[in-house]
Ligand binder design. Structure first.
Ligand code: ADP
Length: 498
């Protein structure tokens, strides 16, 4: 590995600080005084000590968020002013882009170049995009024809009002971006928030908390409680004074969130796991499609909920595609994310490393043919090789279960009926890809696939204006676009007899 590692001085200084959580306008230790360590996945060494919040801290943060929700400073803030605050936050993210990207590289492992080119600008875009919505959350006027009041006249309209205090629990694969996806629409609609970052990657959210205060959001509108899932996330999901919980993470934990939310019937939105199929037809432009389907699963070390982790290739081109993908995989430079030459960083945690290498073994024992990869890289940090498993079928765990690593299961197909059946044979329905030059074929496939996203001749294309979310067990509701606002609004009908 190269020793010429990128090292943003602001990020280094931030990491070295005493870390506290944000409750109200104050930076505080956990009430218990406990901490946990966040680890650099490139080295396995401790990066920083973080407050281990628990139910007491969550309770305090929820009370603070409730008071801020009811405070006229926020509740009656002019929508245009709210929009300006969001815009300013987007600007501040861009001003601190190198620092924020470095924090995510240190904490998560992803290449700095990727964080700087994708995560950080996408996070800023989300706030800029949402800023525009703040002034456009209009209701409608409705004409009434009440059958039992034939002579009466009415003036009726709807108001779209914020749901209230929102708990947001986010994962570790895109630490800053997931915080932005969640906070942007909640703040646009006038909600207040208790955000619980993932314990593996809390640093960029804490720095974002400082930028939120700098942008001028009133105290208590955003609270950030760090801590472990069971100790801080679970009490947030169960809290009786939280009106809505928004969660991104595993399907397994998503089900726990739903159960925890049942007692006060808080509203729930979920963005969960996936096992997204890529459909590669023999008439595709192979120079685009082969790197496209490979990067669909290698991007972000495969730690992407919509990773294109199942690939179906038309049998006439099956061997050529495997060969081409193998060449792509062999060209991927695995290394420390701070090294500018790195294409793929380490997995984010020891747990994640154990899980992915476990699946590599399972793939072999199930009879999948390893075309390339299949092992760890080096003996320090959580690095694994980009891996292609060929000749897979739907009896195999590596085809059915989410691996969340740079591992793709490839199989040939003969005809479109067989292909559609296989593509939809999953408990998940988050995303999918179709590769063909034939537009009719592409759009027929797009209709047939049961997934919240279909990418045609591209993959992992995100935009703040595009709704993203899952069919089936991949989730409830949508992130981004106009659709996400529905997660944070409720409609009031006002009827006046005139
Ligand atoms: P992964 O299994 O990939 O680590 P998780 O779904 O466990 O992903 O984690 C996503 C987020 O959910 C993290 O912020 C984590 O702390 C949180 N979390 C984990 N378990 C629970 C739980 N029982 N209740 C609420 N939040 C949880």
């Amino acid at each position: 590995m190269s020793t010429q590692l990128h090292a943003d001085p602001d990020a280094r200084a931030f990491v070295a600080r005493h870390h506290r959580m944000l409750i109200g306008g104050d930076w505080v230790d956990a009430a218990s005084g406990k901490t946990f360590d966040t680890i650099d996945p490139a080295t396995g060494e401790v990066l920083a000590s973080i407050p281990a919040g628990d139910s007491e801290d969550i309770d305090r943060a929820v009370k603070t968020a409730r008071a801020a929700f009811e405070n006229p400073v926020w509740a009656d803030m002019h929508p245009a002013t709210r929009g300006k605050l969001l815009h300013k936050l987007g600007d501040l993210i861009l001003e601190h882009a190198d620092e924020l990207a470095t924090l995510d590289t240190l904490d998560n492992g992803k290449p700095f170049a990727v964080a700087r080119a994708a995560d950080v600008p996408l996070a800023a875009d989300l706030f800029h995009y949402m800023a525009g919505w703040a002034t456009k959350l209009n209701g409608s006027t409705i004409s009434l024809s009440v059958p039992y009041m034939p002579d009466a006249q009415f003036h009726a309209y709807t108001l779209r009002e914020p749901i209230g205090v929102v708990g947001q629990i986010i994962p570790w694969n895109f630490p800053l971006l997931m915080a932005a996806w969640k906070l942007g629409p909640a703040l646009t609609t006038g909600c207040t928030v208790v955000l619980k970052p993932a314990e593996q990657t809390p640093l960029s959210a804490l720095r974002l908390g400082e930028l939120i205060l700098e942008a001028g959001f009133p105290e208590g509108v955003v609270n950030i409680v760090t801590g472990l899932g069971e100790e801080a996330g679970a009490p947030l999901a169960a809290h009786p004074d939280v009106d809505k919980i928004a969660f991104t993470g595993s399907t397994e934990v998503g089900k726990m969130i739903v159960r925890a939310a049942a007692d006060n019937l808080k509203k729930v939105s979920l963005e969960l796991g996936g096992k997204s199929p890529n459909l590669l037809f023999d008439d595709a432009d192979m120079s685009q499609a082969i790197p496209g389907v490979a990067n669909a699963v290698f991007f972000n070390q495969g730690q992407v909920c919509c990773a294109g982790s199942r690939l179906y290739v038309q049998n006439s081109v099956y061997d050529d595609v495997l060969q081409g993908m193998s060449d792509v995989a062999k060209g991927v430079k695995v290394g420390n994310g701070l090294d500018p030459a790195t294409d793929m960083g380490p997995l984010t945690s020891q747990e994640q490393f154990d899980r992915v290498t476990g699946y590599l073994n399972i793939g072999q024992s199930e009879g999948a043919r390893t075309i390339t990869g299949g092992g760890r890289v080096g003996d320090k940090g959580y690095f694994v090789e980009p891996t292609i498993l060929a000749d897979t079928d739907h009896s195999m765990k590596v085809v059915k279960e989410e691996i969340f690593g740079p591992v793709i299961a490839v199989a040939p197909f003969k005809d479109v009926d067989e292909l559609t059946r296989k593509a939809n044979d999953s408990i998940y329905g988050l995303a999918s890809g179709v590769w063909t030059k034939d537009l009719s074929k592409a759009h027929r496939a797009a209709k047939a696939i049961k997934a919240g996203t279909v990418w045609v001749n591209c993959f992992n294309v995100f935009d703040a204006a595009l709704p993203f979310g899952g069919y089936k067990q991949s989730g409830w509701g949508r992130e981004m676009g106009a659709e996400v606002l529905e997660n944070y609004l409720q409609t009031k009908a006002v009827t006046t007899q005139i």
